[in-house]
Design a protein around this ligand. Structure first.
Ligand code: PHE
Length: 331
């Protein structure tokens, strides 16, 4: 038994020696088994058990070593166990704001809008003045502005509307763009509002663009995005559109969710819009006698809150994995 325990065959030859010695046809245990008949009856059981244990130990050692030596001979790729379960991988997930944004952009791209993107730090003229809000105009109070400490009076853009200006300065009509991006307002952060959020700006400038074109475009959007059966445009005010309107989509009152989210009216407010003010076209060197246009601005978080029934806008900016993991995985 000690000999079996002490043996440590290192290669094929030593392993074969080990086999011949303890397991082969002429192995050392055989004569000991033969001695059985000389053992007194009352000790036969004990003696037999002892021999069997030695034999089993030798067998176990032989097969374990044999396998180890064979494995060591394999190439790396042959050692891979193809039957092993795959490692679970953490792919991450799309952000709900990105998902809603992507869905909206695709709807507008299908009807000929192309995506434009612009800077988040804007000059005062592009964010306000060119859009019909001169300095000291009370309309600037509509949007609490973050000013950048800078003699040039730079601001964190308060809306995506300055992309209208930059697009019109860059390109002659016809012009049909949707511009997604982040905007900033100096507001108290709460469950309902945040100092940063996202918008998609829409702009269409060409010959003979009418209010009916605006309505029809927005109706198509409401149908595709919300499955809405109707929209309504309520009169509103923006310094850069005339006339201006607020669009509501009709979701109906059939489900508990729609009743709750529309506060029992069936209507949900979705965006601000209007016909581009002739003065704005002029500010961009476009002749308002020749061209007309419409514009709209959609707040993304508002829609994402509604769509995913999230009750606190701050969740979108906290990067809490427990929240984010609930949305579509990346591929
Ligand atoms: N810029 C406006 C806002 O932030 C929305 C808007 C865009 C309204 C385009 C009309 C036209 O509230």
């Amino acid at each position: 038994a000690q000999e079996v325990a002490a043996a440590a065959p290192q290669n094929k030859e030593e392993l074969e020696q080990f086999r011949l010695k303890f397991l082969g046809t002429k192995n050392q245990l055989k004569p000991l088994f033969g001695e059985m008949r000389n053992v007194p009856n009352e000790r036969k059981k004990e003696y037999g058990q002892l021999l069997n244990e030695i034999k089993q130990a030798a067998e176990a050692k032989f097969y374990a070593k044999k396998e180890a030596l064979e494995r060591a001979e394999l190439k790396n790729y042959e050692r891979i166990d193809l039957t092993a379960p795959a490692q679970p991988e953490n792919w991450g997930s799309r952000h709900p704001v990105a998902l809603v944004m992507e869905e909206m952009l695709q709807i507008f791209e299908r009807i000929g809008f192309s995506v434009a993107e612009e800077r988040e730090i804007e000059d005062d003229w592009t964010n306000f003045t060119a859009l019909g809000t001169p300095e000291d105009h009370p309309a600037r109070d509509m949007q609490d502005t973050f000013y950048v400490k800078d003699p040039e009076k730079m601001v964190l853009r308060t809306h995506t509307s300055p992309v209208q200006i930059r697009s019109m300065l860059k390109q002659k009509p016809p012009l049909r763009i949707v511009a997604p991006g982040r905007v900033y307002r100096n507001e108290t952060v709460s469950a309902r509002s945040h100092c940063q959020f996202h918008q998609i700006e829409g702009l269409y400038v060409a010959k003979d663009v009418s209010f009916a074109d605006l309505r029809q475009t927005l109706y198509y959007f409401a149908k595709e995005m919300f499955g809405a059966t109707n929209i309504r445009l309520r009169p509103s005010y923006f310094p850069f559109t005339e006339p201006s309107a607020e669009m509501d989509v009709y979701l109906g009152l059939e489900t508990e969710r729609d009743r709750r989210l529309t506060k029992g009216t069936g209507w949900l407010e979705v965006l601000g819009c209007g016909m581009v003010d002739p003065k704005v076209l002029e500010n961009c060197g476009i002749d308002p006698e020749e061209y007309t246009g419409f514009a709209f601005g959609i707040g993304i978080e508002r829609i994402a809150l509604f769509k995913y029934e999230v009750d606190d806008i701050r969740l979108f900016f906290e990067n809490d994995q427990r929240f984010l993991k609930q949305f579509n995985p990346v591929l």
